[in-house]
Design a protein around this ligand. Sequence first.
Ligand SMILES: Cc1ncc(COP(=O)(O)O)c(C=O)c1O
Length: 399
Amino acid sequence: MTKYDFNQVIPRKNTNSYKWDIVADDIIPLWVADMDFEVAPEIKQAIIERANHGIFGYTLVPDSYYESIIQWFKNRHNWSIDRNSIIYTSGVVPAISATIKALAMPGENVLVQTPVYNCFFSSIRNQGCSIIENELIREGDTYKINFEDFEKKCADEKTTIFLLCNPHNPTGRVWTKDELERMNSICLKYGVKVISDEIHCELVMPGYSYTPFASISDECKNNSIILNSPSKAFNIAGLQIANIICENTVWRRRINRAINIFEICDVNPFGIVALQAAYNKGGEWIDELNQYIYENYLYLKKFILEELPQVEVIKLEGTYLAWIDIMCFELSSDEAYNELLNDGKVLVNSGTLYGKKSGEGYLRINLACPRETLKKGLIRIARILGQYIEEESRMGCPM
Ligand SMILES: Cc1ncc(COP(=O)(O)O)c(C=O)c1O
């Protein structure tokens, strides 16, 4: 018996929703990473109570805010965070940019594992740094790290930062402790600092477990800056709240300066109360959410197996983003994206957004919606891509 109803379809049109209102009324949006679920009732209640006060001036962050973060990560992820290491800010992407600004010089390399979240590229470029790619290796229905190449890229003296995505968007990998440890020891060997974007950390499928990078060892803690936020998992991205966790005092002072220079040192009153409600009372909701997303993933897998058997679905360990391989069609990701949007009336993300080479041949589909919405979207996807199956099989396409 579940407590929360994720099947409920809540219209989001005309709410200034980036996901829904940027496209025409007849499009089903399965793209940008926000969810079509109402937030946990505890979060909604906390916001209503704050709104009822009626005054929304400049805001202080109370001690209890830090306590909520510390307790959540201790109890849920067995990670002890020192209060002094927490810097609040308005988002994870602004935090990435500010941290790169603080810790790298223009012209230096920032290493990323492609395909990867597209804003990584702009954050790096906007600080005058160069993107250097450690392409992940596709193996069956999952991805693994090319450690030899990773070490080679770290050994380049221009590489000073490794920007990790843990769990990884869009491949759905939840990195294991061993993988994380191994990445850090290579980074330490060459003096490469690790920025770990852990925004997807609560979104983990049954059988997998998220390891906070800084929780592994003192070496990892002292060589990393962790970025996290309840925004993705609790569906409060519009409230603009995030945290930078940096134990290293010298780096923290520099990041603090960058946060001030970028003018991203203020947060809004709703973000604060929402974060506290999420971390103080949201555990049960997240558990049910993950179960629902997992069932959506199984639904998508079964649907694709039946309707588009040539398409390969990458294993989802974490996040709510399905990553599918459409290479069989000899249709580029961008062509598929355009046809799906224009003819199919369904908006997904083209894989090339996450890496021109590494993302080619893939599409990303947002699973964080009621099953009914997902089902409608998948039917549209099958209608468009299905035409290619018929054409290809007429031409003797290998299955
Ligand atoms: C890996 C990753 N980092 C950051 C963000 C966005 O963070 P924010 O909205 O806090 O800037 C996203 C959104 O999809 C993401 O996938």
